[in-house]
Write a protein that binds this ligand. Structure first.
Ligand code: FMN
Ligand code: 7N5
Length: 561
């Protein structure tokens, strides 16, 4: 195992408050130097000052504080903010336009809750897994991100060493500050190479061949950047293009126009926006390495990707830096996983900040996740040690989540361990075709809070007046009670999605449900319900409504339909 060059894993010592403030002043004066030399440097000066103000005349020398050691991955962001010049921090942290998707990538994880299992032997947790046949310590990989020397003088070499020490895979960006060769010779991390295809295709082919020669194990083709997304902070800051050594002498990083984001101008001039599906064949002709495709968000593209023979799919919206208002990646993961049908592994990135997020992605079908910003923040705050720490924190949290969910290994993590927490937002009801207590049970299992009955009530009324209606309701209740008893559900709270399954009767049903999953339901629901009622496949609709990845941006289905 490769050892960190500047690892600082010793227990942290308490610091004297005024000493801390002095340190901060020095640090403010030359933050880059201090950061490099002292990777555990705390970064909570404003808190320290606040304490000074509050304490007033207290004897400061007796007042000790602990160093600002982060306790979770999110806390690295603030450390990075303090360590970096504004232009670089904004570049790393920012998203496109309104940054709707940036927020959503994280928020969407919060709307998923757990269904933990108890009394499982979790004395030994094993979260190791394999990716394209390579064994890694946890299903957490390093996503490609550009220009690590803006975050830390050691750049991608520090990141790669941290990946090696963590026994996981690093995906090196085409736009790295260290070269393909420098990173390869710095450590024994398992490395994939992320490819941007330049207008001059020969450059892309050369990069791929260099990666292959230098022991990179796969090509990750990023397909969501025909142009760079509109990142408004970068426009204001006139974000620069620092030296990109991989393409030095091959692609010019000079940009005529110095208005707005220079990086955006560079991307416009350099990246091939004519790249399309048939070019995957060209790429395959340049290399023997497996090709993963990064930037898939829909079932349609997932199917195309498997048809052109990729070795894996990364569900990604580029960390919300490209097209704003794309869905949070975790909300479309299941759609992609179903479309791919196990033909190739599916990975996910975007908004993973907790071990619980990793667990949720696995439960929804990802083989592993990739993390982008947390790595850069760890690097900016504490160099190689910071990246290791970020990965370790996620691993520790994942381990705890697995233990508390009753999953000793990643194979034990299933779809039934998580639920989309839509129920809390608005209740969903169903009517149409309910004729048996078993139908009531099925509707509840698919997430309905209750059902409404129409014709049976009318028929009861017509046949026997009030008594007839009472009888109809009583019959359904009795049947429902029996169904619950025979299904092991003593109360409605026990009825879950995993108590039922679908028997697909004819292929049109499958088509319809897939269609529903991708349609804005509020606009089509009335017509659709009528069609579905005729075909008696309403339960499939309600399942889609409840599991629909877009459900949170839709109006709830109109119960009066
Ligand atoms: C600063 C930054 C630079 C990035 N550079 C690249 C890149 O060069 N190539 C690429 O395919 N993706 C790039 N990405 C996207 C990441 O690979 C990944 O999709 C995204 O960061 C995941 O979201 P997260 O940051 O919320 O974890 C970049 C992301 C960030 C934040
Ligand atoms: C021209 C690509 C820049 C790197 C990148 O992918 C990003 O900033 O998101």
């Amino acid at each position: 195992m490769v050892q960190s060059s500047n690892s600082t894993s010793q227990p942290l010592k308490p610091r004297i408050l005024h000493q801390a403030i002095q340190d901060w002043q020095v640090r403010e004066a030359s933050s880059r130097t201090l950061l490099t030399n002292s990777p555990t440097q705390y970064a909570f000066p404003s808190v320290a000052l606040q304490i000074v103000k509050t304490l007033g005349t207290f004897n400061l020398s007796s007042c000790r504080i602990m160093e600002g050691e982060p306790v979770n991955v999110n806390e690295f962001q603030e450390l990075a903010r303090q360590a970096l010049p504004k232009m670089y921090y904004d570049y790393y942290s920012g998203g496109a336009e309104d940054q709707y998707t940036l927020k959503e990538n994280v928020e969407a994880f919060r709307r998923i809750t757990f269904r933990p299992r108890i009394l499982v032997d979790v004395s030994r947790i094993n979260f190791s897994t394999t990716v394209l046949g390579y064994k890694i310590s946890a299903p957490i990989m390093v996503a490609p991100s550009a220009m690590h020397k803006l975050a830390h003088p050691e750049g991608e070499i520090a990141t790669a060493r941290a990946a090696a020490a963590s026994n996981t895979i690093m995906v090196l960006s085409t736009m790295s500050s260290c070269t393909i060769e420098e990173v390869a010779s710095s450590c024994n991390a398992i490395r994939f190479f992320q490819l941007y295809v330049y207008k001059n295709r020969d450059v892309a082919a050369q990069l791929v061949q260099r990666a292959e020669r230098n022991g990179y194990k796969a090509i990750v083709l990023t397909v969501d950047v025909p142009r760079l997304g509109r990142r408004e902070a970068d426009i204001k800051n006139k974000m620069i293009v620092p030296p990109v050594k991989n393409i030095e002498g091959l692609v010019s990083t000079e940009v005529d126009n110095d208005e707005g984001s220079i990086l955006e101008g560079f991307a416009k001039g350099a990246l091939d926006d004519s790249l399309c599906w048939r070019d995957i064949g060209w790429l395959r002709s340049t290399t023997n390495l497996p090709i993963l495709i990064k930037g898939v968000l829909t079932r349609e593209d997932a199917i195309k990707a498997t048809e052109v023979g990729v070795a894996g799919i990364v569900v990604s919206n580029h960390g919300a830096r490209q097209l704003d208002y794309t869905p949070a990646t975790i909300t479309v993961l299941e759609e992609v996983v179903h479309a791919v049908g196990g033909k190739v592994p599916v990975f996910l990135d975007g908004g993973v900040r907790r071990g619980t997020d990793v667990f949720k992605a696995l439960a929804l079908g990802a083989q592993a996740v990739l993390i982008g910003r947390p790595v850069v923040y760890g690097l900016a705050a504490k160099g190689e040690y910071g990246v290791r720490k970020v990965i370790q924190m996620l691993k520790d949290e994942l381990e705890l989540t697995m233990a508390l969910s009753g999953c000793p290994s990643v194979k034990d993590i299933t779809r039934s361990h998580v639920v989309h927490a839509i129920g809390g937002k608005v209740p969903v009801f169903l009517d149409g075709g309910v004729r048996r207590g078993t139908d009531v049970f099925k509707a509840l299992a698919l997430g309905a809070q209750a059902v409404l009955i129409g014709r049976p009530a009318i028929y009861g009324l017509a046949a026997k007046g009030e008594y007839g209606v009472r009888k109809v309701i009583q019959m359904l209740k009795d049947e429902f009670e029996l169904t619950m008893a025979l299904s092991g559900c003593p109360s409605v709270k026990y009825i879950t999605r995993s108590h039922i399954d679908f028997v697909i009767r004819d292929p049109s049903c499958i088509l319809l449900t897939h269609w529903i999953v991708t349609m804005p339901i509020d606009s089509v629901i009335k017509d659709l319900l009528r069609v579905l009622l005729t075909h008696q496949i309403v339960p499939m609709l309600i399942d889609s409504v409840i599991r629909d990845p877009l459900r949170d941006v839709m109006h709830p289905p109109n119960p009066s339909v």
